[in-house]
Ligand binder design. Structure first.
Ligand code: HEM
Length: 401
């Protein structure tokens, strides 16, 4: 009988809430490519360097199809992603590119810029409300409502229904949940969105679901379940990540008062854009790596991977690879650290990144300008960080000014 060599558990624990786990950083700096053990005993290879992560995410020999046996799932709830109508995230080519092409025009930089005034209005309205009091909880009073309102307006989903899908999304994202609970929540959200697609098909408005229904349902390029699955992905991928970047990003700015003050003092779009890129790189909230499975024998940075083996691209350590980013551990908006992997890389690179950038720019700028005296009311040791979730952030952030 052969015994397999021990492989450390992944993900590892963080020692500092603002940095990846030391162990993953150590692996990267030693140039190792270890096998790691996941929650269900699956043992993928762990790639921690910038160049290797990029190879994993762009080489077509790696599949994103989570239903393949041996796929390195991040949790039991991740399996639910294939239990209902598959989304872009789990498709491979040629289907992936065909479906992505149908919606690409909605996500250009130009389209995202056209949303800027509406995003600014949403942010200002939330800040007006917040500033009527003398203290607030930044996640529920600012980060979540801004991210949810924007994606709801974009899709054409009634914001009044937010409690429904906020709860369902949460159930789908708690990594300790079961496949069944997550699949049930996903199915309920899918049903809700299929009903909405039918409503918008008959009575179209100026929103994503209406435009896609009018354009692609009659031609048969999409059917109702597929359009609903697309909306479901956008609704879930589009608000949780952004909301976490808002709250954790503001906390990070408060820990760097010089940069926070600079943002508030100058109306400098270039500095603002650089601050957001640096924040995305520095925080890399997609904290459990991006996973794939090899469908053919492949090689990553000289390391062989056999067909059927799983791989994890640890984008958090890749984004702090000193070989790619000088002073990689620092938060320095003037370092112009573009080209990071916080939105992934290759065919599945984040579709909503331009919209996300506009949202983050508007929130950080408005907070720095309108609340220069903002501060947290809890010491950092008492803040609850989201180590238990697929996307990193803070559970709550009490603030005053
Ligand atoms: C700061 C906020 C965000 C972060 C950090 C983020 C991160 C990511 C990452 C890392 C991926 C790649 C996943 C993979 O390769 O498996 C991804 C994909 C995706 N994201 Fe985002 N995202 C953000 C905001 C958004 C927003 C606002 C939307 C929608 C408007 C969105 C929609 C999507 C979609 C549809 C995909 C799948 C693309 C595909 O598979 O082709 N994301 N995102």
């Amino acid at each position: 009988m052969t015994t397999e060599p021990p492989a450390p558990h992944y993900p590892m624990d963080r020692q500092c809430p603002f940095a990846p786990p030391h162990e993953v950083t150590r692996v990267r700096d030693a140039g190792d490519v270890p096998r790691v053990t996941l929650w269900n005993g699956v043992r993928p290879w762990l790639f921690t360097r910038f160049d290797d992560a990029r190879t994993v995410l762009s080489d077509p020999r790696f599949s994103a199809d989570k239903s393949r046996p041996g796929y390195p799932l991040s949790s039991a709830v991740a399996l639910a992603e294939t239990a209902v109508e598959p989304t872009l995230l789990v498709m491979d080519n040629p289907r992936h590119v065909a479906v992505r092409r149908l919606v690409l025009g909605e996500f250009t930089v130009k389209r995202a810029e056209s949303w800027r005034p509406a995003v600014r209005a949403v942010v200002d309205e939330r800040l007006d409300r917040m500033l009527r009091g003398s203290e607030a909880e930044l996640v529920s009073d600012l980060a979540l409502p801004v991210a949810l309102t924007v994606i709801c307006e974009f899709l054409g989903v009634p914001f009044e229904d937010r409690e429904t899908f906020r709860g369902l999304t949460h159930t789908m994202n708690v990594v300790a949940g079961t496949t069944e609970s997550a699949a049930e929540a996903r199915q309920a959200l899918q049903d809700y969105l299929e009903r909405l697609v039918s409503v918008r098909e008959k009575d179209p408005r100026d929103d994503f679901i209406s435009r896609m229904a009018v354009r692609h349902l009659p031609t048969g390029e999409m059917d109702r379940p597929q359009l609903a699955a697309m909306a479901l992905l956008l609704l879930t991928a589009g608000h949780d990540t952004t909301a976490n970047m808002i709250a954790l990003g503001v906390l990070t700015l408060l820990r760097h008062p010089r940069h926070f003050a600079a943002l508030g003092a100058h109306d400098d779009p270039a500095l603002l854009a650089d601050t957001v890129e640096e924040m995305l790189r520095h925080l890399t909230v997609v904290q459990r790596g991006i996973r794939r499975i090899a469908v053919e024998d492949a090689e990553v940075g000289g390391h062989p991977v056999r067909a059927g083996e799983g791989v994890v691209a640890a984008i958090n350590t890749a984004n702090r690879d000193p070989g790619r980013f000088p002073a990689a551990e620092e938060f320095d908006p003037t370092a112009r650290a573009h080209g990071h992997l916080a939105f992934g890389y290759g065919p599945h690179q984040c579709l909503g990144q331009s919209l996300a950038r506009v949202e983050l720019q508007e929130v950080y700028a408005a907070v720095a300008r309108r609340i220069p005296t903002l501060r947290t009311t809890l010491p950092v040791e008492e803040i609850r960080f989201k180590s238990d979730m697929a996307v990193y952030g803070v559970h709550a952030l009490p603030v005053t000014w």
